[in-house]
Design a protein around this ligand. Structure first.
Ligand code: VGL
Ligand code: ZN
Length: 223
């Protein structure tokens, strides 16, 4: 049977959108009509949305780290694998965002939620960053895994279109992880925005294209 196709809408939440989001991505709100158009298309067999869903003591919040290395957007912190203390990575620190149950963690109200088949929460484990909607970066075993991988497998999905926020963080990590899970993977270019447009966007795009992720526009996809 032919592989099914999924639309994965990443973190289209208030905190990532102007005017009030604590981690607002420039132009983040402008992609909502494009995403709603995609949601109405028969191109997709399944439509999934993810939610960044952090506890207040999450490791990615700058306020949870001691001075002077606790400047949001500028400072980095070391994340140590709770299963293996010799493994670690440096992660960028952010303003408090998408705290479970707060208004900032809500999906944007303009989103046509009625079309969504599945909502996947991610980033609940305070000990690790989780940009990929599949799992955190540690492997074998990872520390935190969402329902996304199982949901796509159970439904016979083999083709993933990734959109949402932010292109250079969670969209990128989710798309790269989709490739690793064996999906033919696409980014819909006009349905995503970067935290760091310009250089950040270009670097992320080149990195994704290098591993076979293809960039398409919503117009050519929906025509
Ligand atoms: C994201 C920074 C922190 C994202 C999530 O959704 O791209 N970025 N948490
Ligand atoms: Zn986050």
């Amino acid at each position: 049977m032919a592989a099914k196709t999924a639309l994965i809408i990443v973190d289209l939440q208030e905190d990532f959108c102007p005017p009030n989001g604590s981690l607002a991505v420039s132009g983040g709100r402008d992609i909502i009509p494009v995403v709603n158009n995609l949601l109405g298309s028969p191109v997709f067999d399944f439509r999934v949305t993810t939610k960044d869903w952090h506890p207040v003591d999450h490791i990615s919040f700058a306020v949870n780290h001691p001075e002077p290395n606790n400047r949001p957007f500028e400072s980095f912190a070391k994340v140590i694998n709770p299963h293996n203390s010799s493994e670690s990575y440096e992660t960028r620190l952010w303003p408090v965002h998408c705290v479970q149950g707060t208004p900032g963690a809500e999906l944007v109200p303009e989103l046509n939620i009625a079309k969504i088949d599945k909502i996947v929460e991610k980033g609940q484990d305070k000990r690790v960053e989780m940009y990929s909607a599949f799992a955190d970066p540690f492997e074998n075993p990872c520390v935190a895994r969402s329902e996304l991988g199982g949901y796509l497998k159970d439904n016979g999905v083999g083709k993933a279109y990734v959109v949402g926020l932010a292109m250079d963080y969670c969209v990128r990590a989710t798309a790269k992880h989709a490739v690793k899970e064996g999906h033919e993977t696409y980014i819909i270019e006009d349905a995503t925005k970067a935290v760091d447009p310009g250089e950040g966007w270009n670097k992320a795009k080149a990195e994704m294209e290098n591993i076979g992720i293809r960039f398409v526009g919503s117009k050519e996809l929906l025509k």
